[in-house]
Every structure is written in C-alpha cells, then in structure tokens.
Design a protein around this ligand. Sequence first.
Ligand SMILES: [Zn+2]
Length: 163
Amino acid sequence: MNDVDRLLAANEAWAAAGTPPGAADARPRRHLAVVTCMDTRIDVLAALGLEVGEAHVLRNAGGRVTDDVLRSLALSCHVLGVDTVVVMQHTRCGLAGTSDEELRARTGADVDFLPIDDHRVALREDVQRLAATPFLSPVQQVAGLIYDVETGRLEDVVRSSTR
Ligand SMILES: [Zn+2]
C-alpha cells in the first residue's frame, strides 16, 4: 500500500465510523484567521485552544504574509467574517538563519523564499503588511507571535489595531 492508498483507507474507516465531518458552517466561529508555518511540530488548533470550525488556518513555509495569504484573507474577512488575524512563526524554523541564495541553490527554484533573520523583525514586517493592506479593512486586530516548538509556549511579540 502506498502513501496515498493509506490515506484513502484511513478515510474510509473514519467516514464509516460516522465521525462528524467537522464544522457545520464555513464561517470561522471565532472570527479568526491564523497564519503559520507548515512545520510538522506545530499542532495549530491544540496549541491555541481552538476547535475545528473556529478559525481559518493558512500555512506556508515560515508562516510569512505572502501575496497568496493576502488573497485568502481577503475572502476570510469580506466573505467569511474574520476580524482578527494572528501570525504565528516559531523557533527552529527552517527558514530562519538561511538566505535566498542558499535556498535557491538547494531547490533550483528562483523564487523569493522570505527567509527570516530575526523573527521579531519578520513579524513586525508581516503584521505591518496586513495592517497596511487596504482591502483587509474589516480586520480589526493583528498579532504576531512566536511559538516555541520545545516548550509549546507562545511569545506575544507585536500587536496592531490601527483601524
Ligand atoms: Zn517553520
């Protein structure tokens, strides 16, 4: 059985067991979106005390605010009622302490990887970008946090509620 077959088999057992499929409503009940890294060590819902149906979770390498994150958040806030955005980067991130040159050499991908020198600086940039994006005007609060993958604790780094 290959990896995809294992997923399909697990899904069949899960669906057959009558497990509830999740939230009844597509609108996040906590009016919240979380932007975070794809790192496997982060259990986003558990770490933030959230349940399925309460938040949009947007994940990418580094937990950076990219054009595609802005695209998703435009829908989150205008169509689905989100008014709070949390950007959660983390310790021991693969994008920290590296460079575009190094990552381009390793991957052959000529893209901007948004490497991170200092999480506090990166979070301030990302929170500022969210706060300054005109089409995200329904968003009332933005926060930047660092998640410690060893202790599970969060550091509250930056807040913006400029609207
Ligand atoms: Zn990461």
